[in-house]
Write a new protein. Structure first.
Lengths: 294, 453
């Protein structure tokens, strides 16, 4: 592999890593709050991106931002609704019940999206006119890439603050760590869990729109959401910062292995990395130690 | 397996039946396309805007001015509403899973043709009943689906579009003498000819000759340097091998081959492989969705040469989105063109409009291929007589010659030596203002029976 190719691959991995991290963040937020592996996260991505294309008219920046904002709000509300109407009703059941519920919702979600928006692909014009820059050393980066990285890093930073430092984050953490105690203290579990689901869905919308600017939008977008799941496993299912690092590692593995050995090798190696993590460090790189209280 | 899963616009159920009449069909479609009323004339038995012949029979013609004639194997129908038992045909393809978009768009295409046909009276006085089954791109499910359709009495199956599935279900359908008319047979399954397998459209593998021939014409030399991006299917990889084999005699150099998954997601890394070695042309086989992003990435990486794609990724939406004159895509039929005055193309447009699938017809490259496969099936049914069963349809397909009147670049034709048709290609691109044929519309040919190397 030439230096030029390696450099370009590194840069493209950063962009892909940011998108993965936004999806993975959703898995982590939901897991931290409610200990549920939410496999409906990719569908929030899909619905958000499709809704965005429906709302967006024209090519202006204002149209882009307004459509994105409305999509984030609507799909965020949908995330909360999914929790309240479906997942909340299985509280107290084993976690695998909730996991299977989200899988079922996910499968139904793809078909619902196809019924609403059809199966034709849609080209999503970028927020600003497509131009590219050559970085020192020769790597090429587009304005969309830069926008995605800046927006993604800012959003991840904001969510990190929101979920770990802010009063909301403290409540969410308290709720997750000891739901019984939290409810005795007057914390309304359903409200805080649904807030977590809303945040996760909102992050997925940003990821979905970001990805759709790069690749035409069609229902296969959900695969990206599933591919991002290993990022959360690598970083640690309960670690915000871990999912960011995990996403970057995953993107590096996928991009470099594709260039070196082809697309199929990249999938095998990505899940190979997850396997290794599960065997040698089940909590992920940044996850809290797994302990059972007796 | 549920047979009532398709998403046709006009009905949630798969069974479609109505009445048919040949000339009335043609005239009504032409009228619809032209926006004018028309009268009816004597009957014909083949789909709109087409002329069918069989080797043993006199021609069966349609068209506003063409008198209807039939031979012994192709009885004419009348313009009366169809009131006989329906002919059951089926579409089988991926209606769920990763390739659901491909399958549902194809189902829409065949549904539009059947609806159009039924609205005008059916075939030989029989309505056409369209069933559908989901193979989920899974060979095992495909076999189950094929068995289910055979049990329901279908006389021909359109699909499946993925070669591994069509190969898997072939023994099952062959035992029942039910023909598969597909857009996705593998070269190995077509050569030597198998009685019940028919390919309408190019295969991925058989486009080595036309694509490299077009590249040489485009570059104005035979000793060019090319990078290859075959779609990662058996047929696609065979195309890559064929292009490499041809290089020895044709004089060009293949710098490298990068297999591209059917749904690759982010293509940045793949694009980087394709620009290695400074190619003069990049030949790829990519479906519409990833092709758009691939072209964008290749341009971002500084590649300025022509990019040539196969017929599976050459929809109007691709060219209209990219607006890049150096991006080409092969077409084996005239894509959705409302301005066309060709009867076959007008019928295609009218069917899509009536079904409300204009958008799909423009954005899914293989939409029209399946419409063509449907034309072949209905053409065969038209020629096989009033009591048409699966065996008779298979026999009729084996000697079919159907003039599509401008929908395709050559007649749909099968023979004892060739079960592949619709294999002539024209390469289209964005000419600066619209999607247009490149190289003055020169037709490039090649099929699985063309000897390579």
């Amino acid at each position: 592999m030439s230096f030029q190719t390696a450099y370009n691959t590194l840069v493209s991995s950063m962009v892909l890593g940011v998108i993965y991290s936004l999806v993975a963040l959703g898995y982590v937020v939901v897991y931290r709050a409610s200990r549920v592996f939410s496999f409906v996260q990719p569908q929030f991505m899909l619905f958000g991106a499709f809704l965005f294309t429906t709302l967006r008219h024209g090519t202006s920046v204002v149209s882009f931002l307004v459509s994105l904002l409305v999509s984030v709000v609507v799909i965020g509300a949908l995330g909360a609704a999914v929790y309240i109407l479906v997942v909340h009703r299985s509280l107290g059941q084993p976690h695998w019940v909730q996991m299977v519920l989200t899988m079922g919702l996910g499968i139904a979600g793809i078909n619902i999206a196809q019924l609403i928006w059809g199966s034709e692909f849609r080209v999503v014009p970028p927020m600003l006119e497509h131009i590219t820059w050559r970085l020192p050393g020769g790597a090429v980066v587009s304005r969309s890439d830069v926008t995605i990285v800046i927006m993604g890093v800012a959003l991840c930073g904001a969510l990190y603050w929101l979920l770990t430092v802010s009063p909301l984050g403290v409540r969410l953490r308290a709720t997750a760590e000891n739901p019984t105690l939290a409810s005795y203290a007057g914390v309304r579990l359903g409200v805080w869990f649904s807030v977590a689901w809303a945040i996760a869905a909102a992050a997925a919308v940003v990821a979905g729109v970001s990805y759709s600017v790069q690749v035409p939008l069609d229902p296969t977008l959900v695969e990206v959401g599933l591919i991002a799941f290993p990022a959360a496993m690598i970083g640690g299912m309960d670690s915000i910062e871990g999912c960011f690092v995990g996403a970057l590692i995953l993107a590096l593995i996928r991009q470099f292995s594709t260039v070196l050995w082809g697309a199929e090798a990249s999938i095998a190696l990505s899940f190979g990395a997850v396997l290794a993590i599960l065997v040698f460090r089940p909590r992920g790189l940044f996850g809290a130690p797994i302990s059972d209280r007796v | 397996m549920d047979t009532d899963t398709h998403t046709g616009r006009t009905s949630n159920r798969h069974r479609r039946r109505a009445a048919f009449s040949g000339a009335a069909l043609t005239l009504s479609l032409l009228a619809a396309a032209c926006g004018s009323d028309s009268g009816s004339s004597d009957a014909t038995t083949v789909p709109a805007g087409t002329t069918a012949t069989t080797a043993a029979a006199a021609p069966v013609t349609t068209g506003a001015a063409a008198p209807a004639t039939t031979g012994a194997a192709a009885p004419a129908t009348t313009a009366e509403p169809a009131n006989k038992d329906p002919y059951k045909i089926a579409y089988m393809g991926p209606l769920s899973g990763t390739l659901a978009g491909l399958g549902t768009s194809q189902l829409k295409a065949i549904t539009s043709l059947v609806d159009q046909t039924n609205k005008a009276g059916g075939v030989n006085g029989h309505p056409i009943e369209l069933l559908s089954e989901d193979d989920a791109t899974d060979p095992a499910k495909g076999i189950t689906a094929a068995r289910s359709l055979i049990d329901k009495g279908v006389i021909a199956i359109v699909g499946p579009p993925v070669s591994s599935i069509s190969v898997a279900v072939l023994p099952t359908t062959t035992r029942a003498n039910v023909s598969i008319v597909t857009v996705g047979a593998s070269p190995d399954s077509l050569n030597p000819v198998q009685k019940t397998l028919f390919q309408v459209d190019q295969t991925s593998a058989s486009q080595a000759v036309p694509m490299t021939g077009f590249a040489a014409d485009l570059l104005g030399k035979k000793d060019f340097k090319a990078q290859l991006g075959p779609i990662d299917t058996p047929s696609g990889l065979a195309w890559g091998e064929n292009v490499k084999k041809l290089a020895a005699t044709a004089g060009y150099t293949v710098l490298g081959t990068t297999p591209i998954p059917v749904a690759p997601g982010d293509v940045t890394a793949l694009a980087q492989k394709l620009v290695q070695g400074s190619p003069e042309v990049i030949l790829v086989e990519m479906t519409d969705v990833p092709y758009v992003s691939m072209v964008q990435k290749l341009r971002d990486l500084g590649y300025k040469g022509p990019i040539i794609n196969f017929q599976g990724g050459s929809s109007a939406t691709v060219f209209n989105s990219l607006k890049d004159p150096d991006v080409y895509g092969a077409r084996t039929y005239n894509h959705y063109d409302p301005t066309s005055t060709e009867p076959g193309e007008m019928a295609f447009v009218a069917a899509a409009k009536a079904a409300g699938t204009e958008q799909t017809a423009q954005s899914a490259s293989l939409y029209g291929s399946v419409y063509g496969a449907g034309l072949a099936v209905l053409g065969a049914i038209a020629t096989c007589g009033d009591t048409c069963d699966a065996g008779a349809v298979t026999d009729a397909l084996g000697t079919l010659e159907l003039d599509t009147k401008g929908f395709t670049f050559n007649p749909l034709k099968f023979s004892a030596d060739s079960h592949q048709t619709m294999s002539d290609e024209v390469f289209f691109h964005w000419d600066g203002s619209k999607v247009a044929a490149g190289n003055d519309g020169k037709v490039y040919s090649g099929d699985v029976y063309t000897k390579i190397g």
